[in-house]
Design a binder for this molecule. Structure first.
Ligand SMILES: O=C(O)CCC(=O)C(=O)O
Ligand SMILES: [Fe+2]
Length: 410
């Protein structure tokens, strides 16, 4: 049961907030995690996250208590050959597609002949939409702490490209360069196999790294961070652990050993405002860039098109997600009227039961952002977007105004 009740919640000691701490999956409730980490935009690690996932058993061969190997034969048997996206970590700009079996064979061979330089694999299999590719293969479950994921809830229901990924990569050679996640989303990443080193910077610290052209480096080294007085955290993420990466935290990830991980990018009521601010400031940049075409009849559409390509999400798409989530939450209130517990399907196909407070909380946050959106000059000038915002503000208010705020939510 997913119970959100932000008023009644165990408060964590503030000193814990100066560090990135670990919790056992059963040690921290959904409510506490939401309030103390998701809402406060602070990272955390959850241990024992994937012990009962199918992939933790079948993708890994446990030779004995101390030794484990990747079960390449099982992977090849279960997943038929297909093209997979890989990044050449020696030449960061190059992303190509290769056959999965070729990738797996090369990786296995390189492990067997680890000392020879020629066989070293520098290819990192990243951002692989395996869950979308094999819809019925339930190799993992979304942990309850990350249940509230509006992005993938929308995308999977609407059969669009999602933000659910699998990563596989050989040790030492593979890293993910210094970056912040797409459109300011949260991410969670669970290690099925191996160990990753994460370097994370609280939002704003990255500005100290800007060069004279206002560009950030692709790679960071701890020595430089220390010398430049930059606040940062290092997490060695072990197998069976998930890390929560909040919005706007730049990070760099390094595969200490061979690794396999599952990750999602997502947003929800907690970072909705942040995503909106990101979209609107990126839109401003687009508007300035193509200002010369201001008088062309489809200027607004052109801006949205460029925003979609550059940023990954434009205003119309963002609004569509908000309205979809609002509609679904309102439907739950209507359909399951008096019961305080509603059920909702999560993007990994499991069913979660959520309480009324969560639904009202989601709706209130959508309402707040819609009200901010209608103040925006661009939205104001585009009647289709503006009217849609107004329509949903009214629909949400019809419901929320009926709630007697003195009665505690269950
Ligand atoms: O595991 C990696 O190499 C990168 C993962 C990442 O950047 C993320 O989950 O946000
Ligand atoms: Fe990332």
């Amino acid at each position: 049961m997913i119970r959100l009740d932000l008023k009644n919640c165990i408060k964590l000691d503030t000193h814990l907030k100066n560090d990135i701490i670990r919790f056992g999956v059963d040690e921290i409730s959904y409510n506490t995690f939401y309030r103390e980490f998701i809402n406060q935009n602070w990272p955390a690690v959850i241990t024992n996250i994937s012990s009962d996932w199918e992939c933790s058993h079948t993708w890994i061969l446990r030779e004995n208590a101390a030794q484990m190997n990747i079960n390449f034969a099982y992977l090849k048997d279960k997943i038929k050959d297909c093209l997979v996206p890989v990044t050449n970590c020696m030449d960061k700009s190059v992303s190509v597609e290769v056959q999965f079996y070729d990738y797996i064979d090369k990786w296995e061979k390189s492990i067997l002949s680890r000392n020879s330089v020629e066989d070293t694999v520098h290819l990192y299999l990243k951002d692989w939409h395996l869950k979308a590719y094999l819809r019925n293969y339930e190799f993992y479950n979304v942990p309850k702490h990350f249940f509230s994921d509006w992005l993938n809830e929308f995308l999977t229901e609407n059969h669009q490209d999602d933000y659910r990924f699998v990563y596989m990569g050989p040790k030492n050679t593979c890293r993910t360069p210094f970056h912040v996640d797409v459109f300011g989303s949260f991410s969670w990443s669970a290690n099925i196999y191996g160990c990753k080193k994460w370097i994370l910077l609280p939002p704003g610290e990255e500005l100290k790294l800007l060069d004279q052209y206002k560009k950030l480096p692709c790679e960071i080294i701890e020595d430089t961070l220390r010398k430049s007085n930059i606040k940062y955290f290092v997490v060695y993420q072990q197998q069976n652990e998930a890390i929560f990466v909040p919005s706007g935290w730049y990070h760099q990830v390094f595969n200490i050993t061979d690794t396999i991980s599952v990750n999602h990018n997502w947003f929800n009521a907690a970072n909705l405002k942040y995503i909106w601010n990101n979209i609107s400031s990126n839109l401003r940049k687009v508007v300035i860039e193509i200002n010369d075409f201001r008088r062309s009849h489809n200027f607004n559409e052109q801006c949205q098109r460029i925003l979609h390509v550059d940023f990954g999400l434009n205003i119309a798409e963002f609004l569509e997600i908000l309205c979809f989530i609002a509609k679904r939450r309102l439907f739950l209130l209507k359909k399951q009227g008096n019961s305080n517990i509603k059920n909702i399907q999560c993007p990994s196909s499991n069913m979660f039961y959520i309480n009324d407070f969560h639904i009202y909380y989601d709706l209130e946050n959508i309402d707040t952002v819609l009200k901010t959106m209608i103040q925006d000059k661009f939205v104001h000038s585009c009647s289709r977007l503006y009217n849609k915002c107004i329509k949903f503000i009214n629909r949400i208010n019809q419901y929320t105004s009926q709630i007697n705020r003195n009665v505690p939510y269950l």
